[in-house]
Ligand binder design. Structure first.
Ligand SMILES: [Ca+2]
Ligand SMILES: [Ca+2]
Ligand SMILES: [Ca+2]
Length: 420
């Protein structure tokens, strides 16, 4: 009695499971079974037209002979010149069709007249893509580690094994500019040429040397006025200010003072090749349509040796050599930044949102720690930037998903420190 009840309860589950399995298999097969195409090649005036075709396994090619001679098609593999296939003789006015079932790269000839030749490439679509980058936190201290998630997808028709690499782009470039309406930037006219690499973190110290108000602007669009997305400092007079931006547009531009654009100009060059630091490489195996998120660790060993600054995240998915990705534009994904600061300097203000790290570990950073204390990602007061570490050992273990006494330990240890 008891066992019968059990069977009764389990049966629908088994059926449901079998159904869902069948459904997922048929879903996976759809792209291969519905995509069959027939291609036509004309043999005319002793030539194949078209003489170069790229098709998929399962596709059919029909050759039509419009010449007054008999053709026999001899297919050889491009890779090693070995024979792959020989057609029936195709009489004048006749056709010959063949369905190619596997991936192969072929050259073919008329057997009697070897100078009449064509190419046929039978390939499945290889297409992998990086679809997202998500850092665990936006601020990490030197000597600490942090995690960065990268999502990849197989958008092609073939199971792929490929390498996924994560890089940090850019390096901090500190510059000082004195501003004077009569004598120009740094007392030169034009001002000094500034040259940086793409994604560099340009940290300007701006000081008015003539007592007048000024404003620094890089004119990416070339129209002479600040547009959204262009570097534009606050208006400054006294005291000196720092203004930091990412050089995210390659090219040669003019920088201005928006208030004195005639006398205060200079050249701003952004070289297209960024400085890049490899975080790690991971092999990934994905079936068609499969998506996966991989976690990279920006290690404490690496953060302790890198200069402070704002780094831009970039992930690259590379197919095995010889496999051609039909859409290489989505294999590189560059998005998001992480600030590398002195340890436990997470903010420069107690306002919301907080100002970026200000080079000192003080009451502002304590404010944010107290606010997030006791939290984990399910809590409304969760703030991953305050999850410094998962241990009090040195080097500290990676962040552990909670803001607790361990993180207080690190803040107390670093309290009062000032960026040298
Ligand atoms: Ca791709
Ligand atoms: Ca701070
Ligand atoms: Ca923690």
């Amino acid at each position: 009695m008891t066992s019968k009840k059990l069977v009764d309860r389990r049966a629908p589950i088994t059926i449901l499971f079998a159904f869902s399995l069948a459904f997922s298999i048929s879903t996976m097969l759809i792209p291969r079974t519905t995509a069959q195409t027939t291609y036509y090649v004309t043999i005319e005036l002793f030539a194949f037209n078209p003489d170069n075709l790229t098709i998929k396994p399962g596709d059919t090619v029909v050759w039509t002979n419009n010449d007054p001679v008999i053709y026999t098609l001899w297919f050889v593999r491009v890779s090693d010149g070995s024979t792959y296939l020989l057609s029936d003789p195709i009489a004048p006015g006749a056709t010959w069709a063949y369905t190619f079932t596997e991936e192969v790269n072929l050259q073919y000839f008329d057997l009697e007249r070897l100078w009449i030749t064509g190419f046929l490439n039978v390939v499945l679509v290889h297409d992998v893509a990086v679809t997202n980058i998500l850092p665990y936190q936006t601020v990490v201290g030197q000597g600490f580690s942090t995690k960065i998630n990268v999502t990849v997808q197989n958008q092609g028709e073939v199971p792929e094994t490929f390498n996924l690499a994560l890089y940090l782009l850019g390096t901090r470039v500190p510059l000082s500019l004195g501003a004077s309406a009569s004598t120009g930037w740094n007392n030169t006219q034009p001002g000094p040429t500034i040259t940086v690499n793409l994604y560099d973190d340009v940290k300007l110290t701006l000081v008015s040397t003539d007592g007048l108000s000024h404003q620094f602007h890089v004119d990416y669009s070339g129209n002479g006025v600040p547009d959204p997305g262009e570097p534009l400092s606050p208006v400054f007079r006294t005291p000196a200010i720092t203004y930091e931006f990412i050089a995210n547009t390659p090219g040669t531009f003019t920088y201005y003072c928006t208030i004195h654009p005639v006398t205060m100009v200079g050249t701003f060059i952004v070289n297209p090749t960024p400085t890049s630091t490899l975080i790690g490489v991971q092999p990934v195996g994905l079936n068609p349509l499969e998506e996966r998120t991989l976690t990279f660790l920006w290690s404490s060993a690496l953060t302790s040796t890198m200069p402070k600054g704002i780094y831009t995240l970039s992930a690259v998915a590379d197919l095995a050599p010889g496999e051609i990705d039909v859409d290489p534009t989505d294999n590189t994904f560059t998005d998001g930044t992480v600030i590398l600061s002195i340890p436990c300097d997470v903010a420069g203000s107690t306002t919301t949102p907080p100002a970026p790290p200000d080079g000192r570990v003080d009451y502002k950073d304590v404010f944010w720690l107290l606010k997030a204390y006791g939290s984990d990602p399910t809590k409304p007061n969760w703030n991953p930037n305050l999850d410094f570490a998962g241990s009090t050992t040195t080097p500290p273990a990676p962040p552990d998903g909670r803001v607790n006494y361990i993180d207080v330990f690190w803040l107390l240890k670093n309290y009062g420190k000032i960026d040298p």
